[in-house]
Design a binder for this molecule. Structure first.
Ligand code: AMW
Length: 166
């Protein structure tokens, strides 16, 4: 599979760093903190209640693994794990996704400001392409994170040569 669906977005496989039978994990184009990644069910349903029990189990098992990896890789000492379920809860992409953020002492002036940032970082005025990370930066991060999972990995250059435009 060379692309994944994430709500209205088409996601290149090169920014996806882990896949299971029912879920996948991708790097964020506008992370709130370094290592802020997303874990999603493969089936593009909008609300948490729409998931089947096996999808919930896989999503949370995958989140647990991914959270452990990003906490280590980004030298975090704690984690924020959050699911914005519906527009009034801050959800902008209509596809269930779990936010995983490695946390460190002093990363926000007040600890719970992380939730304000999560709420506003991808709202219309804030989420402009100039503020997104480059594909190269995102692919580089996905490449690093993929190494923690026992999944085949192609060298970056080889993969880029074989990927056409979307
Ligand atoms: W939500 O506000 O819907 O809980 O969070 C959506 C998240 O998805 C945000 O963190 C946003 O930066 C991220 N995002 C949106 N589109 C993409 C994309 N094409 N690639 C990577 N991350 C994305």
């Amino acid at each position: 599979m060379s692309t994944f669906r994430f709500g209205q977005h088409i996601i290149r496989a090169s920014v996806v760093f882990h896949q299971t039978e029912l879920s996948f994990a991708l790097v964020n184009r506008k992370p709130v903190v370094p290592g802020h990644v997303l874990v999603c069910p493969l089936r593009p349903v909008e609300r948490f209640r729409d998931l089947r029990p096996d999808e919930v189990a896989d999503l949370f098992k995958t989140t647990q693994k991914v959270a452990d990896v990003v906490e280590k890789h980004f030298q975090g000492t704690s984690l924020t794990i959050s699911l914005q379920d519906g527009p009034e809860a801050g959800q902008t992409v209509k596809h269930v996704h779990v936010h995983v953020l490695p946390r460190k002492i002093g990363d926000f002036e007040n600890n719970d400001n992380v939730y304000d940032e999560l709420q506003k970082h991808d709202q219309q005025l804030e989420d402009v392409p100039e503020k997104w990370r480059t594909e190269e930066e995102m692919e580089g991060e996905a490449f690093q994170l993929r190494m923690y999972f026992n999944e085949p990995q192609k060298p970056l250059v080889e993969r880029r040569e074989h990927e056409g435009p979307l």
